[in-house]
Write a protein that binds this ligand. Structure first.
Ligand code: ATP
Ligand code: MG
Length: 230
């Protein structure tokens, strides 16, 4: 389907069980996310957060109910979904190529100016400028040259560069210390203006910049509010 931003995500009375499993992972979940809203999705391990993310991305189809983008079922987008929703999974992948190419994976036409801009937005420009070969520096698969936090920043810069109207982050900062995490997310959220941001996380740390927080518990969206109210 050919749709354009503003992009409204509507999750309407969704129930979901994995095929062959009796367990109801999500049960009558509804959530509407307008273009530009920043939503944190919290919940314990195994509560169904990543499942919800897969439903939004259309990688899974609901057992009942619907997940739509501008009225179009998410599961019908196929590979086109990548144009609409940029994703960072729980695992951060770097590739055995230059820093520039690692950043341009989702947007091979991006100029160096654009690359430097997103590096600045995740607080990596200084580090990149100090690298002996700059953007031409080889990043090995393990990302050995970079710390865990820097690898997260590279992944965040990559998804900003893709320039999709929606960004879906599945625990993008797992393993970082709280101070680093908060600084990273605050910068990221500031520079994702106008974009819808759905951030899945285990804990409240770093959600202060978000507009809204929802909790997944026992298959339901248990309660929600603005971060300041929690
Ligand atoms: P975490 O915080 O640990 O990442 P989560 O909230 O993202 O957890 P999900 O990955 O959505 O949780 O999993 C929700 C439930 O669905 C879990 O009980 C999990 O075991 C189950 N589950 C996840 N993937 C599958 C699958 N492919 N097949 C069957 N069950 C699955
Ligand atoms: Mg998960």
């Amino acid at each position: 389907p050919d749709i354009e931003a503003p992009l409204a995500i509507a999750i309407d009375h969704v129930a979901f069980s994995y095929p062959g499993s009796a367990r109801v992972v999500l049960d009558d979940v509804s959530l509407t996310i307008p273009q530009g809203q920043k939503v944190a999705v919290l919940g314990r391990s195994g509560s169904g957060k990543s499942t919800l993310a897969s439903l939004i991305r259309g990688d899974l189809a609901p057992t009942s109910g619907s997940v739509t983008l501008n009225g179009m079922p998410a599961s019908r987008f196929g590979d086109d979904m990548a144009k609409h929703i940029g994703v960072i999974q729980q695992q951060t992948y770097l590739f055995n190529m230059t820093l520039r190419e690692n950043l341009r994976i989702g947007n091979p036409a991006a100029t160096d100016d654009e690359v430097w801009e997103v590096l600045a937005h995740v607080g990596l420009a200084d580090l990149a400028r100090r690298l002996p070969e700059g953007l031409d520096t080889l990043v090995d698969e393990a990302g050995m040259r970079f710390s865990g936090g820097e690898r997260h920043r590279i992944a965040l810069a990559r998804v900003l560069l893709q320039d999709t109207p929606v960004i879906l982050l599945d625990e993008p900062t797992v393993g970082l210390d709280p101070v680093t995490e908060r600084a990273l997310l605050d910068t990221f959220v500031e520079n994702a203006q106008g974009k819808t941001l759905i951030m899945i996380t285990h804990h409240l740390q770093g959600v202060s910049a978000m507009d809204r927080v929802v909790f997944v518990e026992n298959g339901k969206l248990e309660m929600e509010g603005a971060p300041a109210e929690l």
